[in-house]
Design a binder for this molecule. Sequence first.
Ligand code: ATP
Ligand code: MG
Length: 343
Amino acid sequence: MAARRRILTGDRPTGPLHIGHYVGSLSNRVQLQDAYECFFIVADVHTLTTRPEKHHLDALHDNIRQVVLDYLAVGIDPERSTIFVQSAIPETFELNTLLGMLVTVPRLERVPTVKEMAQHEHLDALPFGLLGYPVLQAADILLPRADLVPVGKDNESHLEVTREICRRFNKLYGPIFPEPGTLLGDVPSLLGTDGQAKMSKSLDNTIYLADDTATVQRRVMGMYTDPKRVRADIPGTVEGNPVFQYHDAFNPDAAEVADLKDRYRRGAVGDVEVKRKLARALNAFLEPIRERRAAYAADPERIEAIIDAGNAHMRRQAQETMAQVRAAMGLKFAAAAGALAGA
Ligand code: ATP
Ligand code: MG
């Protein structure tokens, strides 16, 4: 049987995952588990690019567990897919250093999200590591020699950098890495409940996969909608309205959604009805996810075992790749050291 093509993608463990992650990337991961050999990274080193302080590090282990629980809850199957933690793979640091030689500072300064992250964290100047965020991501992707990367829209510019580095490496040293493609989710950028920006862990505009029924109800009833509609009989705008973006993404009753949109446009439905129906649809979508999450959460040793097994499997892939990289570059001493370390 021909080797399956590979996927690598993942998340920073800055907190639990939300419904934006689901439509942006998780849903594709769950669907492609058989068609591809999948590697899912919990990118803890990437959190250090904006949050290196000790108190953030103290929260890392719990956050990693939360992200892994979310993966398992949405249906990522550890028997079929590899879940691993970035910092457990030291080859990542070696490849990161080598790849950093193949990209310029002005190129990295043009990546829009890097500047946004710095502004967001109120950093006056760009830390070296944050500027290198897309290079570290390239190392994550190239290490398992991934062919495809399912991500949300904000990550498109990072993958451009990965492909440029990949092409340059292959041109200089020989064809070691496949050039990875981007796979955007059904909703590449889900708006936050505030309707002002994309849903993000770092803004208070989220609905988490782990939120309970009452929280979802409360978050939905407080959502931003068309501000012109001070009364239910004023015609409203559906396009760009987060309530309808969520209906399209999570309400499987297409006839109900079409009817709500039609009445909203005519000024023949109140916001309360639109939101109540959305809360019901979202809670129906989240219920099986909550149940699976609770079952896994009750067995912490199993979670640790899943992570340990994933780390060990990814480590073997990383050692194989680095043996090829060192040989292709002609780094004899690195190759000898790698062989000693068990590669
Ligand atoms: P942070 O605020 O810490 O950056 P985040 O919510 O933006 O967190 P990331 O860990 O940066 O999450 O992103 C993980 C993956 O989820 C990426 O592929 C990203 O593109 C995708 N993603 C994040 N937020 C959304 C969203 N609102 N809609 C669609 N995809 C998203
Ligand atoms: Mg982000």
